[in-house]
Write a protein that binds this ligand. Sequence first.
Ligand code: HEC
Ligand code: HEC
Length: 212
Amino acid sequence: MNSRYALLAFSILALSACAGTHEPVSSVPTQTVQGNPTSVDFAEVSVVFKNNRCMNCHSGNNPDAHLNLTVYAQAKAAKDNIRKDVDSGDMPKHGQHLSAGDQAIVDTWVLQGAPDTVTPLSPPTTDDPTDIRFAQVTVVFQNNKCLKCHSSDPSGKEPAAKLDLTQYAQAKAAADDIQKDVHSGKMPKKSNPLDAADLAVIDAWVAAGAPN
Ligand code: HEC
Ligand code: HEC
């Protein structure tokens, strides 16, 4: 059932990718983080549902499951109740209250309008691979979910980490730690390590003195 959505999403992405090939590649990154520092899609919120055993009751032929949380359209239609029930602790029924991190993922997904897929920002582009500025590093942060914890939370809660990576001065001051932590895999916490291309962006930025 999900494959239909995946296929649709893929077609849309493929179409927009084709449409984009005729546009000139700009050397200046145009995307910056503004107002929407996080991106939670249905796949990510589904992991939260699974880890918190929501599917025990809300999937397949389970009689409790008038709400099937494995079906995107149903989850989207119930988004406000999902947020209310996990924030209040009513759900998971007979289960443990969601962790603050999982709750933030649910909150963010709902506040974003419960999207099925989120298109990642374009990878940083530059004519000179040594000329990496904060705007490009910001795209790496965003695509690797750093800003989910390292920014003021769009749900209005306190940020999970003191370091706010949307603030240039803070990121610059922490540049060496950022480089160390992404190479060791310590960051992003609870998420996949950076790929080689993203590591190269961080390395070039730090090597250049972390310019703005
Ligand atoms: C042990 C079984 C069980 C588990 C686990 C469970 N639920 Fe439920 N859920 C129910 C039942 C039964 C209802 C029906 C109404 C009621 O009793 O509140 C329900 C109702 C709901 C509703 C309201 C339905 C609607 O139509 O809006 C939401 C939203 C919901 N659950 C979300 C979740 C989420 C999210 C999780 C995991 C964090 C979860 N539930 C875990 C059994 C469960
Ligand atoms: C799930 C939440 C989460 C994510 C995602 C995350 N971090 Fe963190 N990060 C934290 C927390 C919490 C701390 C502070 C406590 C600790 O060190 O465990 C921290 C600490 C750090 C520190 C050390 C701060 C200091 O003052 O020394 C750096 C640097 C850092 N993170 C960078 C990143 C980068 C870069 C990413 C993305 C590649 C990232 N983090 C993703 C939660 C997160």
